[in-house]
Write a protein that binds this ligand. Structure first.
Ligand SMILES: NC(=O)c1ccc[n+]([C@@H]2O[C@H](COP(=O)([O-])OP(=O)(O)OC[C@H]3O[C@@H](n4cnc5c(N)ncnc54)[C@H](O)[C@@H]3O)[C@@H](O)[C@H]2O)c1
Length: 251
């Protein structure tokens, strides 16, 4: 159970896992800061939160830009004066190519959003949470941060970095009432996966077969795990990289 008037922030909340998470926080009783670099779809996502009867604030932010990240967190502090739960979810898959063919531009773009961008957000959130002496953060990693996947070297490196950043920060703030965990989803049926499979049924079946459950996951299944990890019910859980992956990394 979340305390009355808890404030939750989700980055990359316009669609997919981020949108499902924003709605799940709202159903759990939170006021939700919906943030995304896509303003039109972000505003629409905030309207969906309001349709559930909860307050929502949309703040446009590209997490790779330090000035915008600072502004996002200043806006939250000025508007609602606290930050209780966060899902640092914004991320991109980048271009598919083996390591020798991965361009520097692609590598920098993927790391710049998935790892450096998440770090920029995390730093601001920790400052706010330190001041209030509480908070819970979930960083969106991937099974690609736990095991290797050919063709996505920058993505794998970025998500492995997110897992380790999570562990390091969790240790640093464990005594200050701030919990920091990562979630490592398997393939989740969103626009990101559709861009990779081109919605080709054979490619989708191949992705499904990577998981012992022989299916892809849903954004809702990831969102439910985020809301639990940020809740008081997970009060003794920190520094974990929780796979939500139909058993993929258990093989
Ligand atoms: N879908 C999967 O199979 C899968 C698996 C493992 C991990 N993940 C991770 O989950 C997260 C969400 O994935 P998804 O499948 O919902 O993706 P998606 O592409 O469907 O949605 C991503 C959202 O993030 C936003 N975004 C992208 N770059 C941004 C930036 N620089 N600043 C702010 N917002 C930005 C997009 O506008 C979009 O709304 C990502 O971090 C992704 O790496 C996804």
């Amino acid at each position: 159970m979340y305390a009355e008037n808890s404030v939750a922030l989700v980055t990359g909340a316009a669609t997919g896992i981020g949108l499902a998470t924003a709605l799940a926080f709202a159903r759990a009783g939170c006021r939700v800061v919906v943030s995304d670099r896509d303003a039109a779809r972000g505003e629409a996502a905030a309207a969906k939160v309001r349709a559930l009867g909860r307050e929502a604030l949309f703040v446009a932010c590209d997490v790779s830009l330090p000035g915008q990240v600072e502004q996002l967190h200043r806006h939250i502090q000025a508007s609602w004066g606290r930050l209780d739960a966060v899902c640092n979810n914004a991320g991109i898959e980048g271009e598919m190519a083996p390591t020798a063919d991965c361009t520097l531009e692609n590598f920098d773009r993927v790391i710049g959003i998935n790892l450096r961008g998440l770090f920029l957000c995390l730093r601001e959130q920790l400052r706010l949470m330190q001041a209030q002496g509480s908070g819970a953060i979930v960083n969106m990693a991937s099974v690609a941060g736990l095991v290797g996947f050919g063709g996505l070297p920058a993505y794998c490196a970025s998500k492995g970095g997110v897992v380790q950043l999570t562990r390091a920060a969790a240790l640093e703030y464990a005594e200050q009432g701030i919990r920091i965990n990562a979630i490592c989803p398997g393939a989740i049926k969103t626009e990101m996966i559709d861009r990779i499979t081109h919605e080709d049924p054979a490619a989708e079946r191949q992705f499904a077969a990577l998981h012992p459950m022989n299916r892809m996951g849903t954004a809702q299944e990831v969102a439910d795990a985020v809301v639990w990890l940020c809740s008081p019910g997970a009060g003794f859980v920190t520094g974990q990289a929780l796979a939500v992956d139909g058993g993929l990394v258990a093989r």
